[in-house]
Design a protein around this ligand. Sequence first.
Ligand code: HEC
Length: 125
Amino acid sequence: MCALRRPRRPDHAHSRLWRQRWLDAARRELRRGKALYTSLTCDGCHTLTGIRATGPTFRGLAGSQVKLKSGKTVTADDDYLFESIETPNKEIVASFSALMEAVIKPHSVSERDARDLIAFIKTVR
Ligand code: HEC
């Protein structure tokens, strides 16, 4: 006897609408993040091109392995990126100086802005 039942067919109209809403929200987040990169002056220290400036480039940053001054190596996941924005001097990237906090004070970026910035950083490949 077969106990497995076919899953119920999804409600296609509904899931399409849901997906569209999700995509719209993701696009909005991304557009905001991109605008914040400039308006919060991140662009003064971080390039999108792979070129090293005062700070590390955002290109390829998300998901990469980052060596820290403390000797640790961490994965640049959402939590790491969030911490880097909210408490810039807590961990310093190896071979860089603790200069970010001179401009971006701890917890001066709202949580929403930080999330949108992260959504944008993830697209910089
Ligand atoms: C005055 C220059 C400066 C500004 C402005 C600045 N940063 Fe930074 N940032 C740095 C430096 C230098 C580092 C590396 C040293 C460290 O870890 O603090 C860094 C590190 C980072 C890191 C970790 C990068 C890595 O390779 O692991 C992230 C993420 C980051 N900054 C995001 C931002 C965002 C988002 C903004 C805008 C809200 C911003 N920064 C504005 C200088 C700056």
